[in-house]
Design a protein. Structure first.
Length: 92
């Protein structure tokens, strides 16, 4: 589930970028992107909590690569949304 939310966040961030490039108001895409980013982190945390509750230690040991992907998705969402926020402010 967290991967789905992360992909939604990145897609919405690129839609945000497209709106800024066309001179439209990108607020809805910015909201969707940042909300999906927050849901990504919550879903990942919930997944790990479920593994701990079930004492599935082997699944937790495999989280190192997954957590790297989570960091990449979250940082990409923040950077893309930040770029569009500053690009929107610089327009005359």
């Amino acid at each position: 589930m967290w991967l789905l939310f992360g992909i939604i966040a990145i897609i919405a961030a690129f839609c945000n970028w497209g709106c800024v490039a066309k001179g439209r108001n990108p607020e809805i895409f910015r909201f969707i992107s940042l909300s999906a980013t927050a849901l990504t982190v919550c879903a990942f945390h919930q997944q790990n909590t479920n593994w701990v509750m079930k004492e599935d230690w082997s699944a937790l040991m495999d989280c190192t690569g997954i957590s790297t992907a989570l960091w990449v998705l979250v940082v990409a969402s923040i950077v893309i949304n930040g770029v569009t926020l500053f690009a929107e402010r610089k327009k005359p």
